[in-house]
Design a protein around this ligand. Structure first.
Ligand code: SF4
Length: 219
């Protein structure tokens, strides 16, 4: 198989229609394309079921299923979608088909090849994830106001680390910055209080889909 055109195939865990639970698109009906596999192992990962398994599917087949949901907004997620070479072709094909497309990525892989029409939601892994060493800092200068940077925080130490990275890289001048508490480890009210105390120009979020449906896969 080549990795361009309609001969591309990808390993897919699930495709489903739900409400976007994160980012500035939170609340928007969205089709999610969850790619299988991730080279990271964040301590608080909530999509471990996407690490293995899945089904190999042709790009055309994926596009047909996305179209069947009659929804203009698509999110490509994982796992770590960029770990599959075919992800770039999928993103471009979705943009060509007229969808408003976002990509959720760990921040550990190069985002330079992503179609510029895609809104890239890039994680910066805090120490509590156990994967801080995987942050690919060369991604940061590539971020534009059309993208978003996401910090998932498990503790006050993570928050202080995040605040220092925001200042060091002037992150809030590059793109919207999101902060989210790890469910069950950091109380949303605590994170909210710190953000307000420090007057950080970030957007705090809780995962809307978990508020509505709990931890069900396919939501
Ligand atoms: S990068 Fe995402 S999918 Fe991979 S281990 Fe971390 S949270 Fe889970």
């Amino acid at each position: 198989m080549t990795q361009s055109g309609r001969t591309t195939s990808l390993r897919i865990t699930e495709i489903f229609h739900s409400l976007q639970g994160e980012t500035s698109r939170s609340g928007l009906p969205t089709v999610f394309v969850r790619l299988t596999g991730c080279p990271l192992r964040c301590s608080w990962c909530d999509t471990e079921y996407s690490f293995t398994g899945g089904t190999t599917r042709a790009l055309d087949d994926i596009l047909t299923e996305v179209a069947s949901h009659h929804c203009p907004t698509v999110c490509v997620t994982g796992g770590e979608p960029l770990a599959q070479k075919g992800c770039l072709a999928l993103l471009t094909a979705l943009c060509d088909a007229g969808y408003s497309v976002s990509l959720e990525t760990s921040g550990a892989l190069d985002i330079a090849g992503v179609d510029p029409r895609v809104s890239r939601i890039v994680d910066l892994k805090a120490p509590g994830s156990g994967e801080e060493a995987r942050n690919l800092l060369s991604n940061i200068p590539l971020l534009s106001p059309h993208d978003e940077l996401k910090l998932v925080l498990a503790s006050e130490a993570d928050y202080e680390w995040a605040k220092a990275r925001i200042a060091e890289h002037r992150l809030t001048e590059r793109c919207p910055v999101l902060m989210a508490p790890v469910q069950g480890q950091l109380k949303p009210a605590e994170l909210a209080a710190w953000i307000l105390r420090d007057r950080l120009p970030v957007r705090m979020q809780v995962q809307l889909h978990k508020v509505i449906w709990g931890n069900e896969p396919g939501r």
